[in-house]
Design a protein around this ligand. Structure first.
Ligand code: BGC
Length: 403
């Protein structure tokens, strides 16, 4: 082989090597990446938690009825504990901005706490009528119905033994989008003074989107009134971790229903502009709560119904609350026309709740999606009448995330 030929051959071989390097390396890298990703995905899939429900005894009611506690978990490990006594949400663990789970609702460690001391209706389902009916009276088709006057001279949250104090039949299950608990209750004609046999179904779903979704439905065999809600006290810093005055609140409402001194709506819808009831621009709950304002005086703080900005029964954003330290955010969506924002003004430190935490004034707030208080006596408010052939429906979603 002469020198020129030798040099040409070497050059060709080097070129081929370089080409090989540049052509094969990316292919190899791509192959390796692909393999790594596949095994990572497989590992992730193996690790992925499936939505789950488990059940354990929670205690016995005074008549001996066995009550259970259902633990619902979603694919992210978010957990809701719900009992079939009163449909009460006993605990709700959601992540902060670092992923740390904390229980963000007030309550008791055991059934006994709820049986003996649930004056504040902590975590419960409320019915047949959420909030107040003036003087415990209303008329339907010319007949007057009389209800318990269990809040001064008014009727509150369904009476002496409302839906918060009854045993609900329970059926739990999992779906691809989360874990659910279906609760049913039949309220007999005349129960707590209300007409009609009313069959109620409430489905709690803890979805994989970190939502606690509540779907309510009800039917009746006689014309009646109905207004259901859910009464969790939230503290997004964690239950028992101080007051809620630093939470930033947004409420999607231009108006609220002002009340008289006994918290019965006057029937007017008042514009929130220029008042401490304006939460269209997010504000700390505590920023104006103690201002010298007649309505705040009547409620001892916020305890009012906001008229949500919406069209008809669409599921729309009602409120968004952010707790600055944990970064937790809760959004509330509802099909209802109103929301009661109550700042735990009557909590007074006499209750020792979960994990020995004492609940002082304003240690929790409620956002109760609802029809307006005293609607049965207020012809100008959206109707709460349910007819025998009709169906009551409500969906409310509490959605959690952190930033
Ligand atoms: C009412 C308050 C009441 C609280 C607990 C709220 O829905 O608006 O006035 O004190 O429930 O009973």
């Amino acid at each position: 082989m002469n020198l020129r030929l030798y040099i040409r051959l070497r050059t060709e071989r080097n070129r081929a090597r370089v080409a090989h390097k540049f052509l094969c390396f990316p292919a190899l890298a791509a192959l390796l990446t692909c393999l790594t990703l596949t095994s990572l995905c497989e590992a992730q899939a193996a690790k992925k938690i499936q939505p789950n429900v488990s059940k354990q005894p929670f205690g016995k009611m005074d008549d001996g009825t066995q009550v259970d506690l259902y633990t619902l978990t979603n694919a992210h490990g978010v957990e809701a504990r719900i009992t079939n006594y009163g449909g009460i949400v006993v605990s709700l663990k959601v992540p902060d901005r670092t992923g740390k789970l904390d229980d963000v609702v007030l309550g008791y460690d055991n059934l006994d706490g709820y049986l003996k001391n649930n004056g504040p209706y902590m975590g419960a389902l409320i019915g047949r009528y959420a909030n107040r009916i003036a003087k415990g009276r209303f008329k339907l088709n010319g007949v007057e119905y009389r209800l318990a006057q269990n809040n001064g001279e008014n009727h509150l949250h369904g009476g002496l033994k409302g839906f918060d104090k009854v045993f609900w039949s329970a059926q739990s299950g999992t779906r691809p989008n989360g874990a659910s608990l279906t609760l049913t209750y039949v309220s007999k004609d005349g129960e707590e003074g209300y007409p009609g046999n009313v069959r109620v179904t409430v489905v709690y779903t803890l979805t994989n989107a970190n939502e606690l979704r509540i779907d309510y439905s009800a039917t009746t065999d006689k014309t009646t009134v109905i207004n259901l809600t859910h009464h969790s006290y939230f503290n997004l810093a964690g239950q028992g971790q101080g007051d809620i005055l630093q939470h930033q609140m947004f409420i999607n409402a231009n108006r609220f229903t002002p009340t008289d001194q006994s918290s019965i709506p006057t029937g007017k819808l008042k514009n929130i502009r220029g008042t401490p009831f304006d939460f269209l621009k997010p504000a700390a709950i505590g920023a104006r709560i103690d201002q010298d304002d007649e309505q705040l005086g009547f409620g001892h703080g916020y305890d009012h119904n906001w008229v949500l900005n919406k069209q008809g029964q669409a599921l729309t954003l009602a409120a968004r609350v952010r707790e600055p330290k944990s970064g937790r955010i809760m959004e509330v969506f509802t099909t209802e026309p109103g929301i009661q924002f109550y700042t735990g003004n009557f909590l007074d430190g006499t209750i020792t709740g979960k994990a020995g935490k004492v609940y002082n004034r304003r240690y929790g707030f409620c956002l109760e999606a609802q029809h307006f208080p005293d609607s049965p006596n207020q012809p100008g408010f959206p109707t709460v009448v349910l007819q025998p052939r009709g169906k009551y429906r409500q969906t409310t979603i509490y959605r959690f995330f952190a930033k």
